[in-house]
Design a protein around this ligand. Structure first.
Ligand code: SF4
Ligand code: SF4
Length: 244
């Protein structure tokens, strides 16, 4: 099976939340109690039972008109997943990177200590990993079981607007770049979010922060500032070990 990717065209999203529900249903995840918090987003955040979340953000534009930003958030299945880099040093086999599809999968059979998990979560530029009280990490699986049977991921299959797309990486990159060209005619700030670093490519039309704090990675190499600093000082730390 070839290298896979998603293309998520937020210009087409109506925030119907079909993808969010389909994800819950396929993964047999329990419902989360809804709460009115002043906007239409529910639940408040991703969790071990919510792998896909349609984020809503309301911004007041000059003139006082409200503008809605919809962002169907999920794991980006990074090309070089920083979560795995950290997890490998904490609990072997906790995160698997499938060579064929590129899917990044949290292994429910390997437990992670809560303290170690903190570092795994901090390593993710998109703030995706979550953990249960029992130490089981969870997030989007790329519907690995479905795609291995030649089916589309549940969120893509259910999306009625063409926002969610999935296929071979080359085809998805092509689709994303073509659509970006079109959209730029109307929205000059339109962009693809970290397309070279991730397998879930979002097309957005405005400042990423208007969509979600973690819509794009802080830097273009897909690692957090904290990780970059850690790497920078690693040689000195190793040297200290050798001398000591
Ligand atoms: S988005 Fe986060 S959890 Fe998903 S593969 Fe990348 S680093 Fe890992
Ligand atoms: S199913 Fe499609 S249109 Fe509906 S919220 Fe999800 S991405 Fe948006």
């Amino acid at each position: 099976m070839a290298d896979k990717s998603f293309f998520i065209d937020t210009t087409k999203c109506t925030a119907c939340r079909g993808c969010q529900i389909a994800c819950k249903q396929w993964n047999k995840n329990p419902g989360t109690k809804t709460l009115q918090r002043g906007n239409h987003q529910n639940p408040a955040d991703l969790s071990t039972s919510t792998f896909k979340l349609v984020r809503f953000n309301e911004i007041e534009i000059p003139g006082g008109e409200p503008k809605w930003y919809f962002f169907p958030d999920q794991c980006r299945h990074c090309m070089s997943p920083p979560c795995k880099e950290v997890a490998d040093g904490k609990a072997k086999g906790a995160i698997i990177h499938d060579e064929k599809t590129g899917a990044v999968i949290f292994n429910p059979k390997v437990k992670m200590k809560q303290g170690d998990f903190k570092e795994v979560r901090e390593a993710c530029p998109y703030d995706i990993p979550r953990i249960s009280g029992a130490g089981i990490m969870a997030k989007c699986t790329m519907c690995f079981d479905r795609i291995n049977e030649g089916m589309l991921p549940a969120c893509v299959k259910t999306c009625p607007t063409g926002t969610m797309n999935f296929g071979d990486r080359d085809a998805m990159l092509n689709m994303a770049n073509k659509r970006l060209e079109e959209v730029k005619k109307v929205y000059k700030d339109a962009m693809l979010a970290n397309p070279d670093d991730v397998r879930v490519i979002f097309l957005i039309t405005d400042d990423p922060k208007n969509y979600h704090k973690f819509a794009v990675a802080e830097n273009t190499i897909g690692i957090t500032r904290k990780m970059a600093l850690k790497r920078l000082f690693q040689p000195f730390t190793s040297l200290r070990h050798m001398i000591g």
